[in-house]
Design a protein around this ligand. Structure first.
Ligand SMILES: [Zn+2]
Length: 645
């Protein structure tokens, strides 16, 4: 493959009615990481993403809101575009399947395949799930419900004349292609799923539906619209200039990498899509990759659970709790999603996990390297890059590590092993930290005879920082830019190449570096024991104010309902030195007999109050769990009246 050819990379086009979340962001970020890496290698690039807008669900959702389908999709698309902008996604083309350029391609493909006999008309009888936009066999549907375990919605019986794509005719050629091109499908275990799926027998695909006022009509048969999946897959050809720009097509086709989730890998991207391309006489993509899913806080993402994290909100939260800049927080999310699991497997996203990596990998490892190099340079050499003695053998160790790391990372990147690539970069960062620790420039600085050695050590550390700034650029473009700025290198970061990353000695002696500023403020992990909530800031109090509150452990002597108040209990609490009446609003969750003899925590110096005619001199403490009270009590029994602090 000539490297003059444009490298074409795609994300799936996202279903317009979804909201951008951690999962879709992870796909798009992965594509952006590859795109930025290829650009660093000097490749020309076409990076495309977009929205899938022709589904029946779209028309139905629009109707519910009293909008036309077009108004509805037009109102949602900006959210997608804005999200990608804020995550620093450098796509070249954003394709919408409602655009006329796409409709033209879809119609032309339909005509061409009909003329050559790959599309034919027949009666379709079977079940259809609107939610999944998928036809199911009679045998797959039990009790009238969708067989997709994640869906289980009622399916519709469809019996209508439709158009079919002759998918079955391509089964053998598909298997042959997969066998002859070991890199075509990834990861490996998903390739095996595809092979089994094809070997189980491919049926021809029903690729039209009765027209419902939305979607791309079948050419010369407006009673029908083209099945949303057949139409959606063609977006990749629309972007490539198929039938509109032959020169562009020749330059970009076939795609270098196409990324998608595992749910749309086997059935659509690894069988229907390549068969369509074979029918059109076009080369197949070099690589189709089906990645895993993200759960959040250990649970499957779903709107009803309220755990569908918007990546922009997460970045805002992270910036708030860490004090880092928003773009640094975005980079931390990009880092986390690419580092946390081997690309292709399922992962779990949580604020705790994100903050943990932020502290350990960014604030500690990378942050320490930065905080030890530039400030030392400023302290001992006025911030000016020294001229090193090139022959120092200990410095040579770091030099060869930088060179080999750049090669190693490039290999991982070509195989979409992002986590492993970052692991290799962090091995370099760790080695540089140990180098500084071992060489102890702060000791060398005390001895005038060690001046040359101090120069060599400082230079080697700075050179590693420079290389690291380029190596992390695909993953953390903003952080890379900030480091570059602090190094004071005249040539902009954007002009650097992957070769520069692996070439030792690019940092010019005499360069005046800038005042170093820490990039990753450490997160106080106590601030994220639970997912951050969008609430107003809690007012802070001083220790002296806290000390004014008197808390003691009491034992409940008696408990009775308060007549006429079904939420209140009237307690007598022994505080060791005295017994007090306390009224508590816990009758919905605790019965009086549950409480007698139990130790509780009481605020004892709250001003007395009369509640429903009953005196109360104290307040007991309970955890508020979504409005349910759960009483606090000591871990083990303690003397009644013990103070709490
Ligand atoms: Zn379904």
């Amino acid at each position: 493959m000539s490297s003059n050819k444009t490298f074409y990379i795609t994300t799936p086009i996202y279903y317009v009615n979804d909201v951008p979340h951690v999962g879709s962001s992870s796909t798009t970020i992965a594509a952006d990481v590859v795109a930025r890496f290829k650009r660093l290698q000097g490749r020309k690039l076409l990076f495309a993403t977009g929205t899938d807008e022709n589904a029946i669900k779209v028309a139905e959702a629009a109707q519910e809101r009293g909008q036309t389908a077009q108004q509805f999709v037009d109102s949602i698309v900006p959210t997608w575009i804005e999200t990608w902008k804020r995550l620093n996604i450098t796509y070249d083309d954003f394709v919408r399947t409602t655009e006329s350029r796409h409709r033209k391609v879809t119609e032309a493909v339909f005509r061409k395949l009909t003329e050559q006999g790959d599309i034919y008309k027949d009666v379709y009888k079977g079940w259809y799930c609107v939610s999944d936009e998928t036809f199911f066999r009679e045998s797959e549907v039990v009790g009238g419900l969708c067989p997709n375990a994640e869906c289980r919605k009622p399916v519709r019986w469809v019996e209508e004349e439709n158009y079919f794509f002759r998918l079955s005719a391509y089964a053998d050629r598909l298997l042959q292609h997969i066998e002859e091109h070991p890199d075509f499908l990834g990861p490996e275990f998903r390739k095996n799923e595809v092979v089994s799926f094809i070997k189980a027998g491919l049926r021809d695909s029903c690729i039209t539906r009765a027209a419902y006022g939305w979607g791309i009509p079948v050419p010369d048969d407006p009673e029908k619209v083209i099945y949303v999946w057949f139409d959606a897959l063609l977006n990749y050809l629309t972007v490539a200039g198929y039938l509109s720009d032959d020169e562009k097509l020749a330059e970009v086709w076939p795609p270098g990498v196409q990324l998608m989730g595992k749910d749309i890998f086997v059935r659509f991207h690894s069988t229907l899509w390549p068969a369509m391309l074979m029918a059109l006489g076009l080369p197949l993509p070099e690589k189709l990759f089906g990645h895993g899913f993200w759960t959040t806080e250990g649970e499957k993402m779903s709107k009803s659970k309220g755990n569908v994290f918007s990546p922009v909100t997460v970045a805002e939260d992270l910036a708030r709790i860490s004090g880092a800049e928003f773009d640094v927080a975005v980079d931390a999310i990009r880092y986390f999603l690419m580092r946390e699991v081997t690309f292709g497997l399922d992962g779990d996203f949580s604020m705790g996990g994100l903050a943990g990596r932020f502290n350990a990998d960014l604030a500690n490892d990378l942050g320490n390297l930065l905080n030890r190099t530039l400030p030392l340079l400023h302290r001992y050499r006025n911030g000016i890059v020294p001229k090193p003695d090139a022959s120092d053998p200990e410095v040579k160790v770091l030099e060869s590590l930088v060179t080999s790391t750049a090669d190693e990372v490039a290999d991982y990147m070509d195989r979409l092993q992002f986590s492993e690539a970052l692991g290799a970069i962090w091995t370099l960062v760790g080695a540089a930290n140990r180098f500084i620790e071992h060489q102890a420039p702060w000791k060398l600085a005390k001895d005038e005879s060690c001046a040359a050695r101090l120069d060599a050590v400082l230079y080697a550390a700075l050179e590693t920082v420079r290389a690291t700034a380029i190596l992390i650029q695909p993953f953390m473009p903003s952080v890379s830019e900030i480091i570059w700025g602090q190094l004071g290198i005249e040539e902009p970061a954007a002009k650097q190449t992957w070769t520069d990353a692996g070439t030792w000695g690019k940092l010019k002696p005499g360069t005046q570096t800038r005042e170093p500023k820490p990039i990753f403020p450490r997160i106080d992990m106590r601030t994220i024991t639970q997912p951050p909530q969008k609430e107003e800031q809690v007012e802070q109090i001083s220790f002296d104010e806290f000390k004014k509150m008197e808390l003691r452990v009491g034992t409940v002597k008696s408990a009775d309902r308060v007549p006429g108040a079904d939420k209140l209990l009237q307690l007598t609490v022994d505080l060791g030195t005295e017994e007090r009446p306390v009224v508590a609003g816990i009758a919905q969750w605790y019965s009086p007999e549950d409480l007698v003899g139990r130790q509780i925590v009481v605020v004892t110096n709250l001003a007395p109050a009369t509640i429903r005619g009953v005196e109360s001199r104290g307040m007991l403490l309970a955890a508020d769990v979504n409005g349910t009270a759960v009483l606090l009590q000591p871990d083990k029994e303690v003397p009644t009246g013990s103070g709490v602090r």
